[in-house]
Design a protein around this ligand. Structure first.
Ligand code: RBF
Length: 158
C-alpha cells in the first residue's frame, strides 16, 4: 500500500507568528482574533503565539520574512484586509502581498499561510472576518497548524 502522510491539527508545543496589516482595522482585528482563538483551541500556548502588526498588506511579505528569520517559529500566518476603491492600488497591493507571501513560503524554510481578504465591499469584508459566515483568519491559522505538522512529517521521512 502507498505510504501517505499529512499534517494533523495539533498545535501543542508549536510556535506561531501572526503578521497582520493595520488597514481596515475593524476587520483586521477580527481576523487576528479568529486566528489566535483557532491556534489556542488547537492547543497552542498563548506565550507561543506572537502577533506582529504592520502598516498595510503591502508590507506583509517583508515583515513575514523578517519574523521567519529572527523568531524562527513553526509557521507564519499573514492577515490583511483590502477593500477595492476607485484607484488601481487595490490590484497592485493585492498582487504584491499575494505573490510576496507565496514566494516566501516557497523560498523560505517555514510554512507561510495566507489570510488576506480582497473584497469589493465592506459587507464582504464583514462576512469573511466574522464568526457566522466564517473567519478567514481562523482558516489561515488552521492551515498553518496543518502545514507545520506536515513539514514535521516530511522531515521525519527524509
Ligand atoms: N493596505 C491594506 O492593507 N488594505 C487596503 O485596502 C489598502 N489600501 C490602500 C490604498 C491606497 C491608495 C494606498 C496608497 C495604500 C493602501 N494600503 C492598503 C496600504 C499599503 O498596503 C501600504 O501599507 C502603504 O502603501 C505604505 O507602503
Amino acid at each position: 500500500m502507498a505510504r501517505e502522510i499529512d499534517g494533523n491539527l495539533i498545535a501543542t508545543g508549536k510556535e506561531f507568528v501572526v503578521v497582520a496589516a493595520r488597514w481596515n482595522e475593524r476587520f483586521g482585528e477580527a481576523l487576528i482574533e479568529g486566528a489566535v482563538d483557532c491556534l489556542e483551541r488547537h492547543g497552542a500556548r498563548s506565550e507561543d503565539v506572537t502577533v506582529v502588526r504592520c502598516p498595510g498588506s503591502f508590507e506583509l511579505p517583508q515583515v513575514a520574512a523578517r519574523v521567519s528569520d529572527r523568531l524562527d517559529p513553526d509557521a507564519v500566518i499573514c492577515l490583511g484586509v483590502l477593500i477595492r476603491g476607485e484607484t488601481p492600488h487595490f490590484d497592485y497591493i493585492a498582487g504584491e502581498a499575494t505573490s510576496g507571501i507565496g514566494a516566501l513560503g516557497r523560498e523560505g524554510d517555514l510554512p507561510v499561510t495566507y489570510g488576506v481578504l480582497t473584497c469589493d465591499t465592506m459587507e464582504q469584508a464583514m462576512a469573511r472576518s466574522g464568526s457566522k459566515a466564517g473567519n478567514k483568519g481562523a482558516e489561515a491559522a488552521e492551515a498553518a497548524i496543518e502545514m507545520a505538522n506536515l513539514y514535521e512529517s516530511i522531515d521525519e521521512l527524509a
